[in-house]
Design a protein around this ligand. Structure first.
Ligand code: ASP
Ligand code: MG
Length: 412
């Protein structure tokens, strides 16, 4: 039997009625002859509540117990989904991560999946089970403890199962009907894409598009898992949603496929640091050790052996970053005259594999922003994206202007 993985996010299993609706979708695929692996999230809001309870009980919590608590939301929905399917006379049972087992590293709250031995579930399919309902987001460490994969991690569970079982496809059911050229809440011209290449989706996810966890796209790209993002709130055909696939499968392509944004960024500048070999390491090692996710980095031209170093990071990491840099300054590891923070910036990016073969994308982007009077503070580029840091208050305007400039409402 061909295998299909179907993942239902938190809003798709938010209450008993929605679980019922999701189960009906599963029944449709079972009727087509698939062995189905269903991956469920916790009911929407549940994981936040559990995280809140942990923080309230123990602010400097033991990460192993954090995982034991926050993994529980998925246990509930897995059991309920299996019960619902049984009520529909579909042979189904639930599996918690450790029962499969989903073997992970021991990095609690951000564990990585190392292996998913398929024997247990395969044997059950052989015995007539039609649906394996698996609690997403969780696994088992080598020490025998429950782990979780990081927020949004059940997407990654789903892709990992699709890879491990050689599934025909991995369908991600969510509350939007696919991947859009940009966020439709910001830009009403946003258009749903029928297909998007793995690499573009990876950039969009890591640049702030919330539809898929970045790790899940990385895995899908590595194992060539065809991923489909679609809504659990609409009747679905086989062509519904957006297919995330190999770029060879995409015939026509806009040069730019999407505009992504990340609202809450900060820019920090160390003024007048000594410009000598090793100084960048002395700045960024303590930041990394403090868990600061540094994104863009710019170093100015040196004058009289001194330079300014600017970087960006998420706004909620500014306090940690400041502390790490001030401590390094106090130790004498680095020496700067001032640390300037701008916590009112956002990042806006344009993404597209077409950029590899087309020039002028950055120029067009800068012109479009200039026409709206938006000042660019930092620029960074890769092979398939251009990102700028701008004042947060211009974010919506910038997204709309770029969507217009690259005519993303039109199909290539
Ligand atoms: N329930 C987890 C979260 O809210 C995992 C997931 O839904 O993907 O982050
Ligand atoms: Mg999610």
């Amino acid at each position: 039997m061909p295998t299909l993985v179907m993942k239902f996010g938190g809003t798709s299993v938010a209450n008993i009625d929605r679980i019922h609706r999701a189960a009906k979708r599963v029944a449709v695929e079972v009727a087509k002859g698939y062995d189905v692996i269903v991956i469920v999230s916790a009911m929407s809001g549940k994981t936040n509540e559990l995280v809140g309870w942990v923080n309230e009980t123990s602010p400097l919590y033991d990460a192993r117990e954090y995982d034991a608590v926050v993994a529980s939301g998925e246990n509930v929905t897995a059991g309920l989904m299996a019960l619902r399917l049984q009520e529909m006379d579909i042979p189904a049972r639930s599996w918690q991560g450790w029962q499969v087992p989903v073997l992970t590293t021991s990095a609690h709250s951000s564990a990585r999946i190392e292996d998913i031995p398929s024997e247990n579930i395969t044997r059950k399919f052989g015995e007539g089970m039609k649906v394996a309902v698996v609690a997403g987001f969780q696994g088992l460490s080598p020490e025998g403890r429950i782990t979780t994969l990081g927020r949004g991690g059940s997407d990654t569970t789903a892709v990992a199962f699709a890879a491990a079982f050689g599934a025909e496809r991995c369908d991600i059911y969510t509350d939007v009907d696919g991947v859009y050229t940009t966020d439709p809440r910001i830009c009403d011209k946003a258009r749903k894409l029928d297909k998007i290449a793995f690499e573009e989706m990876l950039e969009l996810a890591s640049l702030g598009a919330k539809v898929l966890q970045t790790r899940s796209v990385e895995l899908a790209m590595r194992y060539k898992v065809r991923l489909r993002v679609l809504s659990s709130f609409e009747e679905q055909s086989d062509e519904a949603g957006t297919l995330v696939c190999d770029e060879e499968e995409i015939m026509e392509n806009n040069v730019v496929s999407g505009v992504a944004y990340s609202r809450d960024e900060a820019k920090m500048t160390l003024i007048s640091v000594a410009d000598r070999p090793g100084i960048a390491g002395k700045i960024f090692v303590p930041l990394a050790e403090a868990g600061v996710n540094v994104d863009m980095i710019v170093q100015n031209i040196s004058e009289d052996g001194r330079t300014d170093m600017t970087f960006s990071c998420p706004v909620d990491q500014v306090i940690r970053a400041k502390k790490a840099l001030e401590e390094a300054h106090a130790r004498g590891d680095i020496n700067f005259s001032e640390l300037v923070t701008d916590d009112g910036v956002c990042k806006v990016s344009v993404v597209g594999i077409g950029m590899r073969s087309h020039t002028g994308v950055a120029a067009k982007m800068f012109e479009a922003l200039a026409a709206e009077g938006v000042n660019i503070k930092v620029i960074s580029t890769s092979e398939i994206k251009v990102s700028v840091l701008i004042d947060r208050k211009y974010m919506e305007l910038a997204v709309q202007a770029l969507h217009d400039a690259f005519e993303l409402e039109k199909v290539a």
